[in-house]
Ligand binder design. Structure first.
Ligand SMILES: [Fe+2]
Ligand SMILES: [Fe+2]
Length: 237
């Protein structure tokens, strides 16, 4: 590692937290590119193909943006870390057009909400890059939801769609990390992020409720997700 001045001048905890933030984000952007790229085979027509290929391109660009930032400030490539992480924790893929639309609706949205917590990040190089990425992510948000809801409304039997929904809801919620950890508290105290992960989970749930209702889906029992949640998470449609 050969830290840039703006990281070398900070204390170790701050620097390590920033490094961790860039690593996790580059992982998330790259698996998004890979997952949506894998999904191209299920896209039903050329208009949607154009949209999905554009989305893959954008996630790829986000990955490269973060990887470049990392290299500039940490003095080494993030790629070995990211590839090791993918090998250790492989991404689940969507295996149909319906599942791809649901994944885009929930997984991509999780990343979007997560990034918003870094909008005012006290480490300026990250804040600048996050601002650009959020602007672009905003453009992905509504289309996945629209297709997912439309497809669900056409179904007579919701069993399969409900299973996909449960799976991707969890993937979306995992973007935020565990609530109330010491790391969360530290990052908030030095202005790296805005709020505790639990608060972001709550916003995310409220954001997806209207489309869940419209699609005719149900919330899975909260314990079935096997995750930690804040006590006051909204869990009723
Ligand atoms: Fe992205
Ligand atoms: Fe995205």
């Amino acid at each position: 590692m050969k830290l840039s001045e703006s990281l070398a001048s900070r204390d170790e905890r701050f620097t390590n937290t920033v490094i961790q933030m860039m690593r996790s984000q580059s992982y998330r952007e790259l698996v998004a590119a890979q997952m949506f790229g894998y999904g191209l085979q299920f896209v039903p027509d050329r208009k949607l193909l154009k949209f999905m290929a554009w989305h893959v391109q954008e996630e790829t660009t986000h990955y490269i943006d973060v990887a470049k930032l990392y290299e500039k400030h940490v003095g080494e490539s993030v790629e070995p870390w990211v590839h090791a992480r993918i090998a250790q924790k492989p991404m689940t893929f969507a295996e149909s057009w319906l599942e791809l639309a649901i994944a885009q609706w929930l997984y991509d949205r999780g990343g979007f909400w997560q990034l918003q917590e870094y909008e005012e990040c006290s480490w300026e190089p990250y804040q600048t890059i996050v601002e650009k990425i959020i602007k672009e992510e905003r453009g992905h948000q509504d289309l996945g939801q629209k297709y997912a809801v439309e497809l669900c409304k056409e179904l007579d039997d919701m069993t399969e769609a409900q299973g996909m929904f449960n799976k991707w809801l969890k993937q979306g919620l995992l973007s935020f990390g565990r609530p109330k950890t010491e790391g969360n508290e530290y990052a908030i105290s030095v202005g790296l992020k805005k709020r505790d992960s639990g608060e972001v989970m709550k916003d995310f749930m409220l954001d997806v409720f209207p489309a869940i209702r419209e699609a005719g889906l149900q919330l899975p029992p909260i314990e079935s997700l096997g995750m930690e949640f804040p006590d006051d998470i909204p869990w009723e449609l």
